[in-house]
Every structure is written in C-alpha cells, then in structure tokens.
Design a protein around this ligand. Structure first.
Ligand SMILES: [Zn+2]
Length: 216
C-alpha cells in the first residue's frame, strides 16, 4: 500500500481547524494546510495559522478570495490581490519553504489553474506549486468522501488528498478515515510526488504548461 499526504484547503476555520489539528495530533500525522488570505486577515485566523505551524504542519498560500481561478483572471491585478495579498499575511507566520496551491474550482486540473503572470510570480518568489491526485469531494458528500478517498489511496502509489478544514460535518469522519488508511497499510509521508509539483522552489518542471492559460 502506498504513501499518503493529507492536505487541508480553504481554512483556517474557527471551529473546524482546531478539531482537525487534534485528530492529526492523536495520530502523530503532519499535513499541509493551504490557507486563504481572507481568513488570515483576522487575529483569530492568524492565531489558528500559528497553532497549525506550532503543531508541526506546513502552511501554504491558496489565494486570498478563492473566487476566480488564476487562469480565468489574467493580468497583474489578480496576482497582487490574490497571491501577494495572501503571502504578506502568511510571511508573518510561516518562514519555511513557500508552498502554493492554486484554486481549482471543484478540484479540476487544467489550464484554468494559473495565468502567465502568476507563474512569473511563483518563479520569482521560489514557490513550490502543489497540485493533487485525489479530490474525494468532502464538500459535496460529508459521508461518502471517506470511501472515495480510501479507493484513491488504494489505487495510487503516492496520494495527495484534498480535504477542507472548513466542513464541520465532513471532518467528523477524519479520525475514522485515518484509522482505515492505517489499517489498510498506508504510510503517511511529508513528500509530494513529482507529478503533483509543476513548479519546485521556483523552477518550472516539464508539464507545467498544462496548468497555465496562454496569454491573449
Ligand atoms: Zn480551495
């Protein structure tokens, strides 16, 4: 059975993130949290991001508003608002490698994820862009996501699973999910598979163009 890395997007959330952190602590698992700038813009959100970091997890930039994918919002204004606006806040709590995950709009992969301007910004800032290979749909189905995620983990050699620490109901099943991954023999690791990393510390990798909208 393969390796699994859990990622939690769109937080931090005042009630759900602390519960997710408790479950991860109980299993001694480290995950990556891709946070939204709009949630870091409050003292409460910033405190939760600090708690997430202090409990051994990674923090990454997942845009500010999470409204329009970067490949559908071409131009430098979106970079300033969505990426720089979030990074300024994130830099106050996170000094490690710069992780970034684009907003996919329902977890879809494709050229809508990034604009040429956003790629330029990620390269200049030496960011690592982290995509995914499992989107079990925890926001659509608070129960059934567990079975889909287990099936993905069984199928993949190295699963990068997208979950959301903003969903009170779906996240009540996180403990069960992790127990079942362990029972199935999966390992939890810190690495991401190369296929999920189109940019590594600012270096574009082969295949990046599949995730970038061509300039008009
Ligand atoms: Zn998201």
């Amino acid at each position: 059975m393969g390796e699994v890395h859990l990622t939690f997007d769109n937080g931090p959330h005042p009630e759900v993130t602390p519960r997710v952190l408790d479950v991860l602590d109980a299993h001694a698992i480290h995950a990556t949290f891709f946070v939204l700038g709009k949630h870091l813009a409050t003292a409460e959100g910033m405190a939760m991001a600090e708690a997430t970091r202090d409990r051994g997890h990674r923090l990454g930039n997942h845009s500010f508003s999470h409204e329009v994918p970067l490949g559908e919002d071409l131009g430098p204004a979106a970079v300033a608002r969505e990426l720089e606006g979030t990074q300024r806040l994130l830099d106050e709590v996170w000094r490690g490698p710069r992780w970034f995950r684009p907003f996919g709009g329902g977890g879809k992969l494709g050229p809508h994820l990034l604009s040429p301007d956003s790629v330029e910004w990620l390269v200049a800032g030496k960011h690592t862009c982290v995509l995914w290979n499992s989107v079990p749909g925890d926001w659509l189905d608070a129960e059934g996501w567990v079975e889909r995620a287990l099936a993905d983990a069984a199928r993949l050699e190295h699963a990068v699973i997208v979950l959301h620490d903003i969903l009170p109901e779906a996240m009540t099943r996180l403990d069960e999910f992790i127990c079942r991954l362990r029972e199935a023999g999966h390992r939890f690791g810190d690495d991401f598979p190369a296929a999920c990393l189109p940019i590594v510390e600012g270096a574009p990798r082969a295949g990046l163009e599949a995730f970038v909208r061509a300039a008009e």
